[in-house]
Design a protein around this ligand. Structure first.
Ligand code: GDP
Ligand code: K
Ligand code: MG
Length: 280
């Protein structure tokens, strides 16, 4: 039968496992991700004409290379290339959860947000403009409650509709400031000229991770002849960049992600009582 491969990615305690269970029921097994002791839960659900295979990725707050969980999550997305990433977000904790969202946006892959804990969002009268948030994040949002089992069918329909091409929402990258954008863009351009760069990782993402001094990405790039050109570029441009902006690119990347999140939340989320306070 026709298969769709889906990976669940999200912060710890966003409800990933609960959602995974609601999606696949008892059709699941546990193993390990290759080479590491991180547990890998896989399961499937037959829906419409498809067998949808789900992998519950380890919970992470980021996609840096600092922990085995983060490396497993990002390497799975980049090398296994699931048809769709379901990014599970705790709707009551958007500010914290959206940091991972910005990192998924950097990957430039199709993803859908399962806005989980939606029962609590409603109980707490948190008002989220979903349409607008979708536009800002470049991803559809499906409200779910893994405990009340609501939104599960919507999510399954979304997965199948995406596969069948009846959903045409295009992902878009996070827009960084002009100075940062230029640095990223130049590095991408150099990487696009590299031969034998044996990696499934998109140049945009490699460029960002290089600027973050990501150990794994450094290792990949240092082993390639393009490193000479890259190194020349960085030697020439990093100091002027720091002088101009007063910061390392790594720090600015993080600051700009948080600024984006604050802006997005200001535009789309109202907590109960906030509007009233604003008026007085
Ligand atoms: P994970 O760490 O992302 O795998 O999260 P879990 O699935 O283990 O869930 C963490 C906690 O949140 C558990 O106590 C769940 O019962 C609870 N939880 C998960 N999804 C929901 C939801 O949609 N609504 C509510 N109210 N609680 C949820
Ligand atoms: K947990
Ligand atoms: Mg879990």
């Amino acid at each position: 039968s026709k298969e769709i491969r889906v990976a669940l990615a999200g912060n710890p305690n966003s409800g990933k496992t609960s959602l995974f269970n609601a999606l696949v029921g008892s059709n699941q097994k546990v193993g390990n991700f290759t080479g590491v002791t991180v547990e890998k839960y896989e399961g499937f659900r037959k829906y419409r004409d498809y067998k949808i295979r789900f992998t519950d990725l380890p919970g992470t707050y980021s996609l840096s290379a600092y922990s085995p969980e983060e490396r497993v999550a990002r390497n799975f997305i980049l090398t296994e290339k699931p048809d769709l990433v379901v990014h599970v977000v705790d709707g009551t904790n958007l500010e914290r959860n959206l940091y991972l969202t910005t990192q998924i946006m950097d990957l430039d892959i199709p993803f859908v947000i399962a806005l989980n804990m939606y029962d609590e969002v409603k109980d707490k009268n948190i008002d989220i403009n979903l349409d607008h948030l979708e536009r800002l994040l470049g991803a559809h949002i499906v409200p779910t409650s893994a405990v009340e089992k609501t939104g599960i069918q919507d999510l399954l329909d979304h997965i199948v509709d995406t596969r069948e091409g009846t959903i045409t929402f295009r992902p878009h990258k996070l827009q960084y400031s002009q100075t940062l954008h230029k640095l990223i863009h130049d590095i991408e351009e150099i990487l696009s000229r590299a031969k034998d760069l044996n990696t499934s990782q998109p140049n945009h993402w490699l460029a960002i991770k290089l600027l973050e001094s990501d150990k794994e990405v450094y290792k990949i790039l240092r082993d390639n002849p393009i490193w000479i050109t890259l190194n020349q570029y960085l030697s020439k441009h990093l100091e002027p960049f720091k002088h101009l902006t007063g910061n390392d690119p790594e720090i600015l990347l993080t600051e700009e992600r948080y600024a984006f999140i604050r802006g997005a939340l200001t535009e789309t989320v109202h907590f109960p009582g906030k509007r009233r306070r604003d008026l007085t």
